[in-house]
Design a protein around this ligand. Structure first.
Ligand SMILES: Nc1ncnc2c1ncn2[C@@H]1O[C@H](COP(=O)(O)OP(=O)(O)O)[C@@H](O)[C@H]1O
Ligand SMILES: [Mg+2]
Length: 242
């Protein structure tokens, strides 16, 4: 797959508010957030448990619709899209990586990576998936199922899957949270290659190692986002309870 020319505007949140109904009282998970991620930029998102980090990723990734404000992806306001339009935009422009990998257990690595491409006619999809698996160092694991892969290998399959439709941005929620330090570092190396190819990356993390790799760190507290570069050293106080 050749590097796609990126002329589209960066994915962004503008005055974005997300409220949930928390059993009678309203929980404001995002309070007037402004955020964007440039092509090739790696942004780490830190903050205490329950502060709105996952809500921010899910909103930027078109999984969640904000209560007010806008979400722009590929220059289009996703809040005015119909559900099918939003689903299509998500498949086309956004890749997700999760702490728990979320691979399909009875599919091979190659089938997992190809899965996001099956919704449209895409004759090159399998070859792209093979190339991506080779690139993340799994050239000899195409036909292995997830239970035959280590944690780090599973997360590398998930990264390949996130890239298979050529997204503008990859959104990663605690991507190294289930990995030991060395394996986490290998996965971060894969993310560095993602951004080298012009894809934006937003990673929620408690892991100081991740924040060290990032170009920029933002912090969310009670749904409010602030730039937080240089504060990565204090992350260890914020680890979620098991
Ligand atoms: N689907 C939901 N329904 C109700 N409340 C939610 C839902 N998702 C998240 N919340 C609440 O929104 C706030 C932010 O949650 P979240 O974004 O998951 O935080 P974080 O990822 O930083 O731990 C929390 O108070 C959480 O309880
Ligand atoms: Mg979360």
């Amino acid at each position: 797959m050749s590097t796609r020319e990126r002329t589209r505007p960066s994915p962004e949140l503008r005055n974005t508010v997300k409220e949930y109904d928390g059993g009678g009282e309203t929980v404001r998970a995002l309070a007037d957030v402004d955020f964007s991620v440039a092509p090739g930029e790696f942004v780490a998102v830190v903050g205490p448990s329950g502060s709105g980090k996952s809500t921010m990723l899910n909103t930027l990734g078109l999984l969640d619709v904000p209560t007010s404000g806008t979400v722009r992806v590929a220059g289009r306001d996703a809040t005015t899209m119909t559900d099918p339009e939003r689903t299509r935009a998500r498949r086309e422009y956004v890749g997700f990586v999760f702490q728990q990998f979320y691979l399909i257990g009875n599919l091979t690595a190659l089938e997992n990576v190809t899965l996001p491409t099956v919704y449209r006619d895409d004759p090159d999809a399998e070859e792209r998936a093979r190339t991506l698996l080779d690139r993340v160092g799994l050239g000899d694991r195409h036909d292995h199922t997830p239970d035959e892969l280590s944690g780090g290998q599973k997360q590398r399959v998930a990264i390949a899957r996130a890239l298979v439709n050529g997204p503008d941005v990859v959104l990663a929620d605690e991507p190294t949270g289930n990995l030991d330090r060395d394996t986490g570092e290998q996965v971060l190396g894969e993310f560095a290659q993602v951004t080298d190819r012009g894809v934006g990356l937003v990673a929620v993390t408690h892991d100081p190692q991740v924040a060290e790799f990032a170009d920029r760190t933002v912090r969310i507290v009670d749904g409010q986002l602030t730039e937080a570069s240089g504060e990565a050293a204090n992350l260890s106080q914020e680890v979620d309870p098991p």
